[in-house]
Structure formats: structure tokens, C-alpha cells
Write a protein that binds this ligand. Structure first.
Ligand code: SAM
Length: 232
């Protein structure tokens, strides 16, 4: 039976590495011991296998055994621009969207946003969820989560699409992987006419997710599910 290797985040891949307190605690809880091998990743795309040479009250040391060349990332980085949502919905979106390969999140303040802003604690929690989801889905990139900004200030480059009911275009008909991709999903109340003007100014194209109206937390999964199902 294949041996399960724990994944731990390091600052950078190097011949000798140390771990922060949270990663040490994680390995101790999982009963990993000196001499065991683990998978290491830096959160920016580099990953490899390492041997744990020390794990005790004084800290943890790792020796790099080799780098992993296979990538679990899309050919171009994918950004999800997501309108602020109520309650724990953003947590659910961040967790699933990280598994589905998002490299950056931009939280967006839209005219009909469910909430006007989120606090620093919630942002920290979202970043922790992204890190856990990246580990769980065997990614070596931990997505960045940028603090909320008004939609009018969001000017991503590359290909930009926003989900809007009734749009005639379909994402997979329009998408190429020649440049970074940004997907934007609206709040429960949808995009206002002003938001739609701003999206047009940002060079974004509207796409449909079918004739059914999806909840604001479901729509990003449909956008990203289309990418995942294309097998890229
Ligand atoms: N009455 C709102 C409207 O017409 O936009 C419904 C908003 S919907 C609950 C929340 C968000 O999910 C929308 O802003 C859009 O980004 C996305 N969405 C939901 N269903 C969609 C669909 N069928 N096609 C495209 N986008 C959709």
C-alpha cells in the first residue's frame, strides 16, 4: 500500500530547512518521527521530498532529498475576483476554489455586496483555510488573498470574464491559456448597472453559467469546475 507522506510548508526549499511552530505541532500530532520523509513546499510553486532529521522540543530540521518536477498548477495563473459574501460563505468559496486551482483571490466590494467589508481576523482565517486546502489538494502554491477593494479599482490584465445571468458567451468557448486568467463572480444581489460599466472598462467579458440562477457561493464553483473538467 502506498505510504502517506505529510505535507509541510517551508520558507524556501534548501539543503537544510527548519519549520515554524505550527508545522512542528502538526507533525507531532500526526506522530511523524525523526527519520520519516515528508513532502515540503514553499507555497510559491516549489516542492520536494525531505527527511526529518530532528523533531523534538528544540525544533525541527529537514534534509532535502529531491525536488518534485510535476506541477499541479494551470498553464497560467487563475485569479478569482469574488464579491464579499455573508457569514461563512467566503470560507467555503476559498476552500473549494483553492482545491480547484485558484492562484490569487481578489475580494471585491460591489454595489449590492452582501457585506460592505471584512475585518483583519476574517482575512487571516481565509488565508489559513487557503493554506490547508492547498496542502489537502497537493498543490505547491498557496493562493494569495488580497484584502477587499472596490470593483471600480480592479484592473486585472490578461483574459477577464465575469459571470452574469443572460450573457450569451460561454467561458470555454472564449478561453485561451495564452495569458493569465481572471474570473469574477458577483454577490447574491448580482452586479448593478454601475458594476457592469466598471467590468466593461476593465475589459471583462460576461459569460453564462446556464439558464439556472446559482447562489453567489455556487457560481464560482461552476466557473472553476468548467476549467477543472477541461482536464488542463
Ligand atoms: N438576480 C441576480 C442577477 O440577475 O444577477 C442573481 C445573482 S446570483 C444569485 C449571484 C451571482 O452568481 C451573479 O452575480 C453571477 O456572478 C453568478 N451567477 C449566478 N447564476 C448565474 C448564471 N446562470 N450565469 C452567470 N452567472 C451566474
Amino acid at each position: 500500500m502506498a505510504r502517506h507522506q505529510h505535507r509541510v510548508r517551508v520558507d524556501a526549499l534548501a539543503a537544510q530547512m527548519s519549520l515554524n511552530a505550527a508545522e512542528i505541532k502538526h507533525l507531532q500530532v500526526m506522530r511523524v518521527r525523526s527519520g520519516d520523509s515528508v513532502l515540503v513546499f514553499d507555497g510559491r510553486g516549489a516542492a520536494g521530498e525531505a527527511e526529518l532529521t530532528q523533531l523534538d522540543a528544540f525544533g525541527a530540521r529537514l534534509k532535502l532529498l529531491g525536488r518534485t518536477e510535476t506541477s499541479t498548477e494551470y498553464p497560467q495563473p487563475v485569479t478569482l475576483g469574488i464579491a464579499l459574501l455573508k457569514g461563512d460563505k467566503l470560507s467555503d468559496v476559498v476552500r473549494a476554489a483553492t482545491e480547484l486551482g485558484v492562484a490569487h483571490f481578489q475580494l471585491l466590494q460591489t454595489r449590492y455586496a452582501d457585506v460592505p467589508d471584512i475585518g483583519e481576523n476574517k482575512l487571516t482565517r481565509l488565508r489559513r483555510i487557503a493554506e490547508e486546502a492547498a496542502k489537502q489538494s497537493q498543490r505547491s502554491v498557496v493562493p494569495e488573498i488580497a484584502p477587499p477593494m472596490p470593483l471600480a479599482q480592479f484592473r486585472p490584465g490578461g483574459q477577464v470574464f465575469y459571470a452574469h445571468p443572460g450573457s450569451p458567451a460561454r467561458l470555454l468557448d472564449e478561453l485561451t491559456w495564452y495569458s493569465p486568467l481572471t474570473l469574477i463572480s458577483g454577490p447574491e444581489g448580482g452586479f448593478s448597472p454601475e458594476d457592469l460599466v466598471q467590468l466593461g472598462l476593465a475589459g471583462a467579458a460576461g459569460v453564462t453559467l446556464g439558464p439556472r440562477i446559482l447562489r453567489a457561493e455556487t457560481a464560482p464553483m461552476a466557473l472553476l469546475g468548467a476549467l477543472a473538467a477541461s482536464g488542463v
